[in-house]
Design a protein around this ligand. Structure first.
Ligand code: 13P
Length: 285
């Protein structure tokens, strides 16, 4: 099956009461692991990359590689820009052939976030590409309530979310509800009261960032409240690198690159499968 838009994937997920996993990638093995896991579980999947990851791979090479891989599979695959920092970056990804882009203006005043997101929506929708926005800053877990910079995790205001959705025209958006990127130092306390109010006021598919470390019961509860895309990144990289370090330690002097990388890739497949099952998208392709 070929690449599809996030709108198609998320509308189906919301109606079917599951969420689609969006895994970041930055190389061949990582991408192969995600697609193998999703394909074996017959699950739709989104492969996303942030600007630094796109620059690392080269956007044209990434889209060509992923398109060739996806065409061989019978699952729908999304290709998405994660945390696009500017209008220009979103346009660059439209040119590469992405089918979904995120514009993250959450650190800006609301009016500016709305105006910039609306401009991205206008350009992306003209190309049939979906847009994800963000309201309320989703920080790094190290900056969270248990970290040094206590105020970094912003909680989105449902009234602002309603205005943002109505005026920007986004297809889906991420709202900060106590989640953060990276490794949580203690169990995250998601604000389900805020999430329920956001869902009531907006009604479009919601995105949960910082999926690493959120317990299954909380992920599933969020899905019942309209979350239709959940992002996972750190857990995959951690599993890959820890396994690679062990393999290198246990095979001193063996410089067969493929042999060293294979167990790390298999670990990533296992982790991706666990998370796809946690958010109930297996057998939904
Ligand atoms: P984690 O690295 O915490 O899983 O978050 C990923 C993410 O939200 C990417 O946007």
């Amino acid at each position: 099956m070929s690449i599809v838009t996030n709108k198609e994937l998320l509308d189906r997920a919301k109606a079917g009461h599951y969420a689609v996993a969006a895994f970041n990638t930055n190389n061949l093995e990582y991408t192969q692991a995600i697609l193998t896991a999703a394909s074996e579980l017959k699950s739709p999947v989104i492969i996303e990359a942030a600007k630094s990851e796109i620059d690392y791979m080269d956007g044209h090479v990434f889209v060509a590689m992923l398109t060739a891989m996806a065409e061989k599979l019978s699952i729908p695959v999304g290709i998405h820009l994660d945390h696009g920092p500017s209008y220009e970056e979103a346009i660059r990804c439209l040119n590469y052939g992405f089918r979904s882009v995120m514009y993250d203006g959450s650190a800006l005043p609301l009016d500016e976030n709305i105006a910039n997101t609306k401009a991205v929506v206008k350009a992306a929708h003209a190309c049939g590409v979906s847009v994800e926005g963000e309201v309320g800053v989703i920080g790094q877990a190290a900056d969270g309530p248990e970290g040094k910079q206590n105020g970094m995790i912003g909680i989105a205001d449902p009234v602002e979310c309603e205005r943002f959705v109505n005026e920007s025209g986004v297809d889906c958006f991420a709202a900060a509800i106590g989640n953060a990127h990276g490794i949580y130092k203690k169990k995250p306390e998601l604000r389900f009261d805020v999430l329920a109010e956001i869902e009531k006021r907006t009604g479009i598919p919601l995105v949960l960032h910082g999926g690493t470390g959120i317990p299954q019961e909380d992920l599933r509860k969020a899905i019942t409240m309209g979350v239709s895309k959940i992002n996972f990144s750190t857990v995959m990289r951690k599993g890959f690198l820890e396994t690679l370090a062990d393999t290198l330690k246990n095979n001193p002097g063996d410089w067969d690159l493929m042999k060293m990388l294979t167990p790390a890739k298999e670990k990533m497949i296992e982790i991706a499968k666990q998370h796809i099952i946690m958010i109930m998208s297996d057998n939904k392709a």
